[in-house]
Ligand binder design. Structure first.
Ligand SMILES: [Fe+2]
Length: 182
């Protein structure tokens, strides 16, 4: 199994300034934005940015850097693996190792993820893609103990009413075209 770099989520202080800089100067597109649905964080916004046709986002900015002297501004680093089995294997490896206190299984509809903190508290996400594109942000718990076909079924049922729901290939084809045309 390989962990392949996908994206970084960071906490930002001035969302407008950051999005303006990353889009106008560095050439990113905003691929989605919305209220971050984490409990107790109703007023936080998340903005997703990408300039490739292989990842929905390379950066996620979370509007939550309210402390003047934050210990760090990184929310999490994310790595992609090839399959749901790989996510489950990694989860089992973490459980067996025992140093990680809690592992949060979250699905964004377009992926199945495990979130955890490394021994020094850094946020890490390990995920595999689902077959679908879903408008973001989204997040619900998925059951790691279910068989894979049942997980697929449950996730599809949970997200198929999403207005942007569709095959992931279609989403990336559209992105390829958008990036070529600009
Ligand atoms: Fe992430």
């Amino acid at each position: 199994m390989q962990l392949r770099w996908s994206h970084t989520a960071i906490l930002v202080r001035d969302m407008n300034e950051m999005v303006d800089f990353y889009t106008k100067v560095l050439g990113f597109d905003v691929t989605d934005r919305g209220q971050f649905p984490a409990p107790g964080a109703e007023d936080s916004e998340i903005v997703f940015l990408s300039q490739v046709d292989t990842d929905h986002h390379q950066f996620a900015f979370v509007d939550r850097l309210r402390d003047e002297n934050p210990p760090n501004s990184v929310h999490h680093f994310a790595f992609r693996v090839n399959s749901l089995d790989d996510v489950k294997i990694m989860d089992a490896r973490l459980a067996e190792d025992g140093r990680v206190e809690s592992r949060l299984p979250l699905t964004h509809g377009n992926a199945w993820s495990i979130y955890f903190n490394d021994p020094e508290g850094n946020g890490i996400e390990i995920f595999c893609d689902s077959p679908w594109h879903v408008q973001q942000p989204q997040g619900t718990i998925w059951d790691k103990d279910m068989p894979n076909d049942q997980i697929l079924d449950e996730t599809r049922k949970g997200f198929e009413s999403n207005p942007a729901f569709g095959p992931i290939e279609g989403y990336y084809q559209t992105r390829t075209k958008e990036l070529k045309d600009r």
